[in-house]
Design a protein around this ligand. Structure first.
Ligand code: SF4
Length: 338
């Protein structure tokens, strides 16, 4: 097999499994009967190797199954929204994503493009229960991956939603760009398991969100989630620069309003593209032709973002479009540079 053929094997034809977790990994491995299994001592020996190419690895992702030893919960990042919750954290039981959004911060955060899954979800639950003894918690469980895109293999959405049901002072957000399969429908419905859908104009999806479900597929999933009784959040985040930007996002709001009842949406999240300086430097090196990364953003307090005037114009036009459908600002959470 040539080097090129080796590099471009389909996803997950090779699976790295840490010693000692083979039993826990079995149900995941059963989805890949033809995969070549490679036993390893520590996932970091593969995932964190130096001199990896994120872009090349992502074309032929390997799966790494491991046990997370520590660091089950992290405080929410300043570029993420807390939605008014005083105790806001996130957890990372999967690292990296099967999708390939050009603006995704994971490309700057992780050293390579392989996908690591931690199989010891019960240890995450223990860490959350310790926090819940002190105070209520708002937890994002799908920031470092699109968890529901892997639901038919992992079932983590279902596990988290069952866990939430048992803990009155826990609210979780599962953010997704929508999935092609229906395995997520086995999740336990609760008013504290928020399904958050990132929606973008079709042109942005085609150009900047490679491999993700179409807008119509996302809307169909969103409608189904509402029918099942999940609280749903619509995220215009990140709002990107694109040709005829204002019109593209106003058309997007019209399409959403035609497909679903906006009044039944729990809330909306709105934020323009922003990225840490360190991640941006790495991503610009890896993707020199990416217009979305090479745009002349301003850099302040360690983060790149659009100039305030442009950012305000972009988000205001979406607010106006939502207002035409009776959605007031009290239902919209903003991320704005300050
Ligand atoms: S779906 Fe989300 S996590 Fe996945 S690549 Fe796109 S932005 Fe990143």
């Amino acid at each position: 097999m040539s080097l090129k053929e080796t590099l471009l094997q389909p996803k997950f034809t090779e699976i790295y499994v840490e010693e000692g977790i083979r039993t826990q990994a079995d149900s995941i491995l059963s989805h890949f009967p033809n995969a070549h299994i490679i036993m390893i001592q520590d996932y970091r020996d593969v995932f964190d190797r130096p001199r990896q190419s994120y872009s090349l690895q992502h074309k032929s992702q390997k799966l790494i199954l491991a046990r997370k030893k520590d660091g089950f919960l992290y405080p929410g990042s300043p570029v993420c929204q807390s939605f008014g919750n005083p105790y806001f954290m996130y957890s990372s039981c999967v690292m990296n994503c099967v999708y390939d959004c050009s603006y995704c911060f994971l490309k700057g955060m992780y050293p390579g493009g392989n996908l690591a899954v931690f199989v010891n979800l019960e240890d995450y639950f223990d860490a959350v229960e310790k926090e819940l003894q002190k105070h209520s918690l708002y937890l994002c469980v799908s920031y470092d991956a699109d968890l529901l895109s892997l639901e038919s293999i992992l079932g983590y959405g279902r596990a988290w939603s069952e866990f939430v049901r048992k803990h009155d002072n826990l609210t979780i957000e599962i953010r997704t760009k929508g999935t092609f399969d229906t395995s997520w429908q086995k999740m336990t419905v609760s008013d504290r398991t928020i399904l958050a859908f990132t929606l973008s104009p079709e042109t942005v999806i085609a150009k900047e969100e490679k491999g993700t479900p179409s807008l119509s597929a996302r809307l169909a999933m969103l409608q189904k989630a509402m029918d099942l009784g999940f609280p749903v959040r619509i995220c215009f985040d990140p709002v990107l620069m694109c040709p005829d930007q204002k019109q593209a996002y106003q058309d997007l709001v019209e399409k959403i309003a035609t497909a679903i009842d906006l009044q039944k949406v729990r809330d909306f999240s709105l934020g323009s593209f922003r990225l840490s300086k360190v991640y941006m430097a790495r991503m610009r090196r890896q993707y020199p032709d990416s217009a979305v990364l090479q745009y002349p953003y301003v850099c302040e307090k360690g983060f790149y973002h659009l100039p305030a005037r442009i950012e305000t114009e972009m988000t205001d036009s979406i607010v106006e479009a939502l207002a035409e459908h009776g959605i007031g600002k009290e239902k919209i959470f903003f991320w704005r540079e300050s």
